[in-house]
Design a binder for this molecule. Structure first.
Ligand code: IMP
Ligand code: MG
Length: 194
C-alpha cells in the first residue's frame, strides 16, 4: 500500500515539535467548560459568534459544537502591520463580516491573546457598529506580553511567553492542522522569522 503525501507531512510535523504544551483532551475540556457557561449566559439571546481568521477557526468549530443553544457565526480577517511578530496597532480589515451586528449580542471567539492590540481594536469596532454587547472567549492568553487591556469574559488557559502552534495557530501558515498545542524545535525557525 502506498503512503500518501498526508502521512509524510504528518510525520514531518511530529519531527518539528519540541514538546506538546496542551493535549487535545485538555483543549476539549477548556472549550467545553467555556461553551457550557456561554450557553447559560446567552440563552434566549441568539448570539453571533465572531471568528477572527484564520487562527480561531478550529476553536470556533469546537466551541460552537459544544454550545447547547442556537447561535449564528460570522468571520472576519484582520491584519496588523508591524515588524516581525509585534502588532503595530494599525489594524486593517482584510475581509469583513457579512452580518449587521447592530443590536446583536456578539461573542468573539479567539485563539490567542498576545499584545491584545487586535482584540481591543475589534471590540471597539463592534461597539462602534452598535452591537448590543461584545464579549470574548480566548482559548489561550500570554499575560506576559499584554500591552493593552482587554476584558476576557470566557477565559481559556494562560501560557508562558513561548511561540506555540497547532489547533489553528500557525508558523509560516503551517501546523494549523495539529490537534494539540505545541512548541516547535528552535531549528524550525532557523533561517526564518518567528
Ligand atoms: P495581538 O494580541 O494583537 O498581539 O495578536 C494576536 C494574534 O497574533 C493571534 O490572534 C495570533 O494570530 C497571533 N499570535 C500570537 N501569538 C502567537 C503564537 O504563539 N503562535 C501563533 N500565533 C500567535
Ligand atoms: Mg488570531
Amino acid at each position: 500500500m502506498s503512503r500518501g503525501l498526508g502521512d509524510v507531512y504528518k510525520r514531518q510535523v511530529q519531527e518539528d515539535i519540541d514538546h506538546e504544551l496542551i493535549s487535545k483532551e485538555e483543549i476539549s475540556d477548556i472549550i467545553n467548560r467555556a461553551a457550557a457557561q456561554a450557553s447559560e449566559d446567552y440563552r434566549g439571546k441568539n448570539p453571533l459568534l465572531v471568528c477572527v481568521l484564520k487562527g480561531a477557526v478550529n476553536t470556533l468549530a469546537a466551541f460552537s459544537q459544544a454550545m447547547s443553544i442556537p447561535v449564528q457565526m460570522d468571520f472576519m480577517s484582520l491584519s496588523s502591520y508591524g515588524s516581525g511578530t509585534e502588532s503595530s496597532g494599525k489594524i486593517t480589515v482584510r475581509q469583513d463580516l457579512s452580518t449587521d451586528v447592530r443590536g446583536r449580542h456578539v461573542l468573539i471567539v479567539e485563539d490567542i491573546i498576545d499584545s491584545g492590540i487586535t482584540l481591543a481594536w475589534l471590540v471597539d469596532e463592534l461597539k462602534r457598529r452598535r452591537a448590543a454587547s461584545v464579549e470574548i472567549f480566548a482559548l489561550l492568553e500570554k499575560p506576559a506580553r499584554r500591552k493593552v487591556n482587554v476584558d476576557v469574559k470566557y477565559k481559556g488557559r494562560e501560557i508562558p511567553d513561548e511561540f506555540v502552534v497547532g489547533f489553528g495557530l500557525d508558523y509560516d501558515e503551517y501546523y494549523r492542522n495539529l490537534d494539540s498545542i505545541a512548541v516547535l524545535k528552535p531549528s524550525v525557525y532557523e533561517g526564518g522569522q518567528a
